[in-house]
Design a protein around this ligand. Structure first.
Ligand code: SLL
Length: 217
């Protein structure tokens, strides 16, 4: 289908969460060590299928039928396996959108982070997922209508209740942390510049002393 007229100057962004959770298999019948799920979803668990045509998850070649397609939600694949690898998640949009598919790259994580002195509780799931935004620049009129239909609810939760890692509140907290880090960098930068000036002045004095000693000798 040929895509229709594009809307000049319009940009729409859609929040998403993608990544994986994994749990260690405590009783093993094969060489498989973990059960995992890789997923793409809305940050508020909301329906995102109204602007998505299909999602493909490309797994490692060691998996049977390693290209898994989901034509409807949930956009996820659950498997068991023994190793970590990069999963390519290809998101397709409706034909009327005229949009090319978008590829997201995710490293499947099975093992908990190294925390010296602390052991990871047996059976506790490991998770590795990210907040991102799909940006649609100058969508077609048809796609604009789909993108703005939605479910009407908030796309990103305001606060972070249990299980919601990403919210307007956590974004504001992250901004504050980044601002504090920038302020610290500026302070350190000034401090090092002053030290460099002092060292340069000292070098100049020492050079003068050497020159004076040499001419005296
Ligand atoms: C590694 N480079 O060596 C990675 C590859 C591949 C993981 C990991 C297959 C499971 C099955 C599976 O888990 N592959 O046999 O169905 O760690």
């Amino acid at each position: 289908m040929k895509a229709g007229k594009r809307m000049k100057g319009v940009v729409i962004s859609k929040p998403i969460i993608y990544g994986n959770i994994a749990t260690e298999l405590l009783s093993r019948k094969t060489e498989h060590t973990h059960k995992w799920t890789v997923f793409l979803r809305g940050p508020n668990e909301q329906d995102i299928s109204y602007y998505i045509h299909k999602v493909e998850f490309k797994l490692h070649e060691t998996f049977v039928n390693n290209n898994r397609a989901c034509k409807s939600p949930p956009y996820e694949v659950t498997e068991t396996g023994w190793g970590e690898f990069e999963i390519i998640t290809k998101v397709y949009f409706p034909p009327a959108s005229g949009e090319k598919p978008i590829s997201l790259y995710h490293m499947l994580k099975l093992y908990p982070p190294d925390t010296p002195g602390q052991s990871w509780p047996k059976g506790k799931p490991v998770s590795n997922f990210f907040y991102d935004e799909l940006i649609f620049s100058e969508p077609t009129e048809e796609f604009f209508a789909m993108l703005t239909k939605g479910s009407g609810g908030p796309e990103v939760p305001l606060a972070s209740p249990e299980g919601h890692a990403f919210s307007v509140e956590s974004e504001a907290a992250e901004c504050k942390r980044l601002e504090a880090a920038v302020r610290q960098v500026v302070v350190k930068h000034d401090e090092y510049r002053e030290r460099a000036h002092a060292a340069e002045a000292e070098i100049a004095t020492l050079r003068r002393d050497i020159a004076a000693l040499e001419s005296a000798g």
